[in-house]
Design a protein around this ligand. Structure first.
Ligand code: CTP
Ligand code: MG
Length: 230
């Protein structure tokens, strides 16, 4: 089976609050999304990456990555799941349903090659979808509406989901379409797969695979990118 990737990059970055969507902010002379694509494209076995861009995106076409022969683009949708589904539809003529696809946030430029390799190895070995994740390290509090703690959650079994999330192309397309049709909240691909009753493997990654979400994440990501890549 071949390996493909989808990079959802059609968000507006409301929580970041910057003039440009966060995937187009610059770190170390390159946009966030170009750093992200560079990391994915280090995988020699990756066939192509489909980037889902916003309908009124005026920046993507100006980037060097847009002209790479291993990078294609399509128009994303209203929610992340719509964007990923658009990517899967764009893959229809290229990939077989039994191929693997990794979905990776444009806003996660710090992912490292050994983590990508570990995810691929585990998923292929067990022939089961999987995601990079880390065990929760903070103590977790459930709050009532007025920010008063209602209870402490046992963090023993709690993991924080990251990306990439890797599944069979056909399975993911069906699961996402069904979840969207059912109106279920799908904030990641795994939740759609779970809805479909299929197993998702947790593959332990690294805490520095952060998603740039809030303004303070940008300098942190820039620092992490400068760290030796291994
Ligand atoms: N994304 C997308 N299509 C959407 C919404 C999000 O492709 N309709 C992408 C984002 O571009 C990002 C990834 O999904 O790379 C993770 O989403 P998130 O961090 O929530 O990004 P935004 O939605 O842009 O940010 P915010 O929620 O703060 O507006
Ligand atoms: Mg969002």
């Amino acid at each position: 089976a071949k390996l493909w990737a989808i990079v959802p990059a059609a968000g507006v970055g409301a929580r970041m609050g910057s003039d440009l969507p966060k995937q187009y902010l610059t770190m170390q002379g390159k946009t966030v999304i170009e750093h992200t694509l560079d990391r994915l494209l280090t995988l020699p076995t990756l066939e192509k990456v489909i980037v889902a861009i916003g309908k009124h995106d005026g920046i993507w076409q100006t980037l060097l990555s847009a002209s790479s022969h291993r990078v294609l683009s399509t128009i994303g949708g209203r929610d992340r799941a719509d964007s990923v589904l658009a990517g899967l539809n764009a893959l229809k003529t290229l990939a077989s349903d039994d191929d693997w696809v990794m979905v990776h946030d444009a806003a996660r430029p710090c992912v490292r090659l050994p983590c990508l390799e570990k995810l691929i190895q585990k998923v292929v070995e067990h022939d089961c979808g999987g995601i990079l994740a880390v065990p929760a390290s903070d103590t977790l509090k459930q709050s009532s509406a007025d920010n008063i703690v209602s209870c402490t959650i046992d963090r023993q079994e709690i993991w924080q989901a990251q990306t990439p999330q890797m599944f069979k192309v056909g399975q993911l397309r069906e699961a996402l379409a069904a979840a969207l049709e059912g109106g279920y909240p799908v904030t990641d691909e795994a939740s759609a797969i779970e809805r479909a009753g299929l197993p998702v493997m947790l593959v332990e990654g690294r805490r520095d695979n952060i998603k740039i979400t809030h303004p303070e994440d940008l300098p942190l990501a820039e620092f992490l990118l400068g760290q030796q890549c291994n």
